[in-house]
Design a protein around this ligand. Structure first.
Ligand code: HEM
Length: 450
């Protein structure tokens, strides 16, 4: 019960609740939704409460609210140690709008489609090694594809020694950032202590310095040998200008490169692993996919148009949205959401996972049914794997395009099966990795040529 007009919610010791959030992220949401419904409030002693919303009407009102009433960057400050203070994710207000203006265009339309052949050929290089039908770690395989794509498409790095050095340093850093203990550190400030290179936090700081040095060297090289015909995102960011005619500084370029790399590869990697895991559990889905793909090699642009492949990607992002919630929004001046009067400093969490599991929108929500997306269209407040409003994912179109080309290339040539498949799907047990929800990282799969 609350003295302000907010949805009801649980009273639970803070530490217990935070442990549940880290170690049982989905149960955390489902348990509260079962008792309190679509919208619920987590009380905070300071009086600045947190409200989770998943009713489509509430989500619509949040995403269409006057942007000046809600901030999100200030709530993402825990990521500043990695992304830097110029990252689009950390900024709010006019600086945020200005960064988005420069970052959004390269991820859309013809510019984005120009990356199709690159995505397809990188996927092919990685999956060529599957010919021997040896089991492989599915997370590592998907990560190898997505990191190579980001380094080529975003950083403009071709194969070579410096690319390999950067790739290895980045993988070490990303592995460490994904450990549950570090996820904890992101949520609990008191764990963030640099106790030297052998402590998790000290090691992260060391690796960030190493990665930064390589990135700044690469920015300098790209400026020195600038080629206006290049289509990679770094080159496009270098030519882009703010409204006042100024270019991005090296620090801004570094911060956006790291942001795009971390967000852009981790989310797509996890989504691909989810897609492979679901398709593996449902032989009829795999069969339908392969019927659509036939055995002729399709061009990237043709793969991206296939309806069943598209529906498989959409259903994957519905049932297992890797970011279970959008970025938190902080109320700056009083805001009414579906009749709840939210005072300043209330934290709003638009909840993707619960919105995607509402029985009345998605009958049998726990079942993987790609056909739902062939039969009807969902509103952006019912289906929101990429969030919404002024913080909607910048890589939305690119991520869908990338997923379709990678999965299409794989399923054209291989049948995929998990080594530990169980009939009740209980081997698909989501775990937290950094800020995303993933298939257990050691999951092994096997690919058999078709
Ligand atoms: C399946 C893959 C992906 C998923 C599920 C995903 C999901 C999301 C979500 C939920 C948000 C927060 C939106 C909100 O709070 O309303 C977000 C933001 C963002 N995403 Fe993605 N994303 C994916 C791929 C990518 C890719 C490939 C890139 C770029 C290479 C990218 C770049 C960003 C950026 C820069 C933001 C911050 C936008 C801002 O603060 O204005 N994402 N994404």
């Amino acid at each position: 019960m609350f003295d302000t007009n907010l949805p009801d919610g649980p009273s639970m010791p803070t530490l217990l609740r935070q442990m549940k959030l880290v170690f049982q992220p989905l149960k955390y949401l489902e348990d509260f939704a079962k008792i309190y419904g679509d919208n619920f409030t987590i009380k905070n002693k300071s009086g600045n409460h947190t409200v989770y919303f998943s009713h489509p009407k509430a989500l619509e009102e949040i995403f269409t609210a006057d942007a000046s009433k809600l901030d999100a960057g200030s709530e993402n400050q825990i990521l500043k140690y990695l992304f830097g203070s110029n990252s689009v994710v950390i900024l709010d207000g006019t600086p945020h709008r200005n960064q988005r203006k420069l970052l959004v265009p390269p991820f859309h339309g013809d510019r984005m489609r120009a990356y199709g052949a690159t995505i397809q050929s990188i996927t092919q290089q990685v999956i060529n090694s599957w010919q021997d039908t040896k089991p492989f770690n599915v997370h590592n395989a998907m990560q190898e594809i997505t990191i190579r794509i980001i380094l080529r498409v975003v950083f403009g790095l071709d194969e070579g020694t410096s690319t390999e050095k950067l790739r290895r340093s980045l993988i070490s850093l990303l592995e460490l950032v994904g450990y549950p203990v570090v996820s904890g550190a992101l949520l609990f400030k008191f764990w963030k202590k640099d106790l030297g290179i052998w402590s998790p936090w000290g090691r992260i700081i060391h690796l960030i310095k190493q990665v930064d040095e390589l990135i700044y060297n690469h920015i300098e090289e790209t400026r020195k040998n600038f080629d206006p015909n290049r289509k990679d995102i770094l080159s496009l960011m270098m030519t882009a200008r703010y409204d006042d005619g100024q270019p991005m500084t090296d620090e801004e370029l570094r911060d956006e490169l790291v942001t795009l790399l971390v967000i852009g590869h981790e989310t797509v990697t996890s989504s691909l692993v989810w897609a492979l895991s679901w398709v593996d559990t449902l032989p009829e889905v795999q069969q339908k996919l392969q019927n659509e793909l036939c055995q002729n090699k399709l061009e990237a642009s043709e793969l991206a148009k296939l309806p069943y492949l598209t529906a498989v990607c959409q259903e994957t992002l519905r049932i297992c949205p890797v970011g279970t919630t959008c970025f938190s929004r902080i109320v700056k001046s009083s805001l009414n959401i579906t009749g709840y009067e939210l005072p300043p400093n209330t934290l709003i969490i638009p909840n993707i996972y619960l919105a995607h599991h509402r029985e009345e929108v998605y009958p049998n929500p726990k079942q993987f049914i790609p056909e739902r997306f062939l039969e009807r269209q969902f509103s952006p407040y019912e289906y929101l794997p990429f969030g919404g409003g002024n913080r909607q994912c910048i890589g939305m179109a690119f991520a869908m395009y990338e997923m379709k080309i990678i999965l299409g290339t794989i399923f054209t040539q291989y049948k995929i099966s998990s080594l530990k498949r169980r009939p009740d799907n209980s081997h698909i047990k989501p775990v937290r990795r950094g800020l995303t929800i993933v298939v257990p990282p050691k999951t092994q799969m096997q690919a058999t040529p078709r």
